[in-house]
Design a protein around this ligand. Structure first.
Ligand SMILES: Nc1nc2c(ncn2[C@@H]2O[C@H](COP(=O)(O)OP(=O)(O)OP(=O)(O)O)[C@@H](O)[C@H]2O)c(=O)[nH]1
Ligand SMILES: [Mg+2]
Length: 325
């Protein structure tokens, strides 16, 4: 009996310690996913190398996915006789100016509806990261504010649940209670969900109304008509202050065409480029701003709640400084 206790007691103590260790380890890892500091966009894209040879600079811009139209515009502005250092300075100036004239999130009070409600609508094609971006931006803005997330996406089965997961995450991380409004029955008209969500936000004094929409093909007329209907049904209750088109940064020139089609249906106020942590090339940021004259307001750098870079004039400058080398 004595011999048994000699072995059993240390084993039991060992098991208890191992159990406590596993508990602490799991807790640490799960909270780390939500508390990592935001991943910077700097250094995520391949740099543009500037040399004395103008044709070489042109080639570098092509490789970085700049549109032909924009490359031509840039190259005509570049001084032909510059050495590589002077050319680098000049190129940085041109690119910074392009972005800074448009960059910057403007959440001015003038933008809000009569009740002080700020309404943000998220649009874009399938899988670009609309819901994820909505969640990240809501988290950024929601602290201490009354926030409603509306899922006007009755197209995809789990869309409502995905929004609820985001609301729970936001509530856990910030001092707020983000509520969710989704379809009450399957196949409900997304415009009617948007309508009741907007009405609820106005009647109950919410500060922010975030409206998520289904991914739709940019060239599918029915889907675009439906989006128009969603927009109108919100506007019956409150003005839409921000319309963000979410573009997948890894899709290159295609993202530009998508944005052009969406712009025919809704007044886009800001661009969000996601998946910059993937194979995104720097050119896309400049192409969309150049073509649409709309500012890039955020850049997504991962799947986590903090993986979002606000893109103001200062960030635009730093972004250009790091990609032109
Ligand atoms: N790496 C990376 N993944 C992202 C980023 N943004 C979103 N994702 C991922 O992209 C996938 C699609 O994201 P969603 O937010 O569901 O995209 P969506 O546009 O709402 O999709 P639909 O509603 O089906 O049209 C998910 O796996 C996200 O985690 C990002 O910036 N970087
Ligand atoms: Mg979605």
């Amino acid at each position: 009996m004595k011999v048994d206790l000699f072995y059993v007691v240390p084993i039991i103590i060992g098991v208890i310690f191992a159990f406590i260790f596993v508990l602490i380890w799991n807790k640490k890892n799960s909270s780390e996913n939500d508390t990592v500091s935001s991943r910077s966009i700097l250094g995520l894209t391949k740099p543009i190398k500037v040399s004395e040879d103008l044709a070489e600079v042109e080639r570098e811009l092509y490789l970085a996915d700049f549109s032909t139209e924009l490359i031509n515009e840039i190259v005509t502005k570049l001084d032909k006789n510059n050495d590589s250092n002077a050319r680098k300075v000049q190129l940085k100036e041109i690119l910074t100016k392009l972005l800074q004239n448009r960059a910057g999130a403007d959440f001015s009070v003038d933008n809000k509806g009569a009740s002080g409600l700020q309404t943000l609508l998220f649009v874009g094609v399938n899988g670009v990261g609309k819901t994820t971006t909505l969640g990240k931006i809501a988290h950024l803005m929601a602290s201490g504010k009354k926030t409603l997330l509306v899922g006007a996406d009755t197209f995809r089965a789990a869309a409502g649940e995905q929004l609820t997961v985001w609301a729970n995450r936001i509530n856990k991380l910030s001092n707020t209670t983000a509520d969710v409004e989704t379809a009450s029955r399957e196949g409900e008209d997304p415009a009617s969900v948007a309508f009741s969500g907007a009405l609820r936000a106005v009647q109950n004094g919410y500060d922010y109304l975030f409206v998520d929409t289904a991914g739709r093909l940019h060239n599918n007329k029915n889907f675009l008509d439906e989006l128009n209907k969603i927009r109108r049904s919100i506007e019956k209750n409150t003005p839409i202050t921000d319309v963000y088109i979410v573009l997948d940064g890894t899709t290159g020139q295609n993202a530009l065409r998508q944005a052009e089609e969406f712009a025919k249906v809704v007044d886009i106020t800001g661009l969000v480029i996601t998946k910059f942590d993937g194979s995104a090339k720097g050119g896309i940021v400049f192409n969309v701003v150049h073509k649409l004259g709309i500012p890039v307001k955020y850049i997504g750098t991962g799947e986590g709640v903090h993986d979002l870079q606000e893109f103001d004039a200062q960030h635009a400058q730093r972004f250009v400084d790091t990609i032109v080398t």
